[in-house]
Design a protein around this ligand. Structure first.
Ligand code: GUN
Ligand code: ZN
Length: 452
């Protein structure tokens, strides 16, 4: 059966088998600065076979089509490009309505827009409404996994997980820990943050595809006692994720120095409390020294490079090449709502511009690696997601190179794979996301354009 526009397969999951025909690209390794040929696989006319929500086979359509099991639904997406679902490694669902707030620099923006907005998440009904919108917006933009900051309210994270579970998404999220230098209504305590985070871990970690992250907002808003509590959680739950902010803005860094005069650096604050390790992802990391990058690398931590946020808040230019030079793992993130786009395509475009400003080069292939397998690796989830290795979960995006007149015009002129990817980064947005597929089920289908 051919079903370009068939509804999402509704067979019982164990029985459902589908095949997706189109151009297919995925990564096996970091292409590095020179687009290492062994780092990716590409089929101009490829086939992705999905059974029970997982990748069963991948290869040339011509080779795989004759052997397809009868009853397999074949989605004919020739003229489209299929890539793994995007992974956004730093974003705040509670800042959905902060996007595009003219807040000057980070600390003003937090006071004037972000804290007032986050207060609203004491109301679980409000949190649920925003979580629904936010997750649908991610899917509209091709993002299937994210590392998500909540507000201080545990209930807001509970409802976020409920909404993610309803969409069968692989998501990582945490309750913000924050007990000082914030409005009183938003302050928790070291003890309540410990208790609430532990309760979230017990309830949600390993439920469906969900993971909980220990989430101190940043060193400024956590007392030493609370950072100690975060470290205790990290020791008690060595497999859970950790997320926070690091070295984003020069005024922020000066304030951390005042608050922690006994610590050698901002990074040293987190190191001291045992928060720098594998599955720990640090947002921004703009103003770091080589020795700090080396220590993060040695600890197995990763950076979330947030280019649209860094430009919007005037924070600075992340030095991707300096991280590469010491082998520190970088991933790409929107940082909604400091960031200005929900989608990874415009975020990759901004990442390209930022690297250009530091006289580096982010190749289109590497950019797509960072948005897929690179993000999965930063989260330690590359055993489950990130590429189309057989057995992995079938989360993917169908990109439409003819989504807009300009995309169509540029795409037909592309002479190489890199040139085909590049227009998606430079002017692609949610219109270029034709379908988003989660565990083999279509979760987003772009609306048909209005008739002329
Ligand atoms: N540092 C501390 N909190 C935040 C936040 O909400 N957004 C950003 N971009 N940086 C932060
Ligand atoms: Zn952030």
């Amino acid at each position: 059966m051919t079903a370009t526009d068939a509804p999402a397969a509704r067979l019982p999951e164990a029985a459902a088998r589908s095949a997706w025909r189109g151009s297919i690209l995925h990564f096996l390794a970091d292409p590095g600065a020179n687009d290492a040929p062994a780092s990716f696989e590409f089929w101009e006319d490829g086939l992705l076979v999905v059974a029970a929500g997982r990748i069963e086979a991948l290869g040339a359509a011509e080779r795989l089509l004759p052997g397809l099991v009868a009853e397999t639904i074949v989605h004919d997406l020739r003229d489209h490009l299929i890539v793994p679902g995007f992974v956004d490694t730093h974003t705040h669902f509670v800042q959905t309505d902060v996007v595009a707030s003219p807040g000057r620099q980070l600390l003003d923006w937090l006071q004037d827009y972000t804290f007032p907005e986050e207060k609203k998440f004491a109301d679980a009904a409000h949190a649920a409404e925003v979580a629904e919108f936010y997750l649908d917006e991610l899917l509209r933009n091709g993002t299937t996994t994210a590392l998500v900051m909540g507000s201080v309210h545990r209930t807001a994270v509970d409802v976020f997980f409920e909404a993610a579970a309803a969409r069968n998404l692989r998501m990582v999220a945490g309750k913000m820990m924050m007990d000082r230098n914030c409005p009183a209504e938003l302050a928790d305590t070291a003890e309540s943050a410990y208790r609430d985070t532990a309760a979230l871990i017990e309830r949600w970690s390993g439920h469906q595809r969900l993971h909980v992250a220990i989430t101190p907002r940043f060193a400024i808003t956590s007392s030493p006692a609370q950072l100690e509590a975060a470290g205790q959680l990290a020791r008690r739950y060595p497999d859970v994720h950790i997320q926070t902010h690091l070295a984003e803005n020069t005024a922020e860094i000066a304030w951390v120095r005042q608050l922690f005069p006994e610590r050698a650096s901002y990074l040293d604050v987190y190191e001291h409390y045992g928060l720098v390790r594998e599955r720990a992802v640090f947002g921004h990391c703009i103003h770091l020294e080589t020795g700090e990058r080396r220590r993060m690398q040695a600890a197995g931590a990763a950076v979330a490079f947030c280019p649209t946020s860094n430009l919007f808040l005037g924070s600075g230019l992340y030095d991707l090449a300096a991280s590469d030079a010491v082998g520190l793992h970088s991933s790409i993130a929107t940082d909604i709502g400091g960031g200005t786009h929900f989608g990874m395509l415009p975020t990759l475009g901004a990442a390209y511009n930022v690297t250009q400003m530091s006289r580096n080069y982010l190749s289109p292939l590497r950019a797509f690696y960072l948005a897929t397998l690179g993000g999965a690796r930063a989260l330690g989830l590359d055993g489950q997601i990130g590429n189309f290795a057989p057995g992995k979960e079938a989360d993917f995006v169908v990109l439409d190179p003819a989504a807009t007149p300009l995309l169509a015009r540029r795409s037909v002129r592309a002479r190489s794979l890199a040139e085909r990817l590049f227009p998606f980064m430079v002017f692609g947005d949610d219109r270029a996301i034709f379908q988003t597929v989660v565990m083999g089920e279509v979760r987003h289908r772009r609306a048909a354009p209005a008739p002329d």
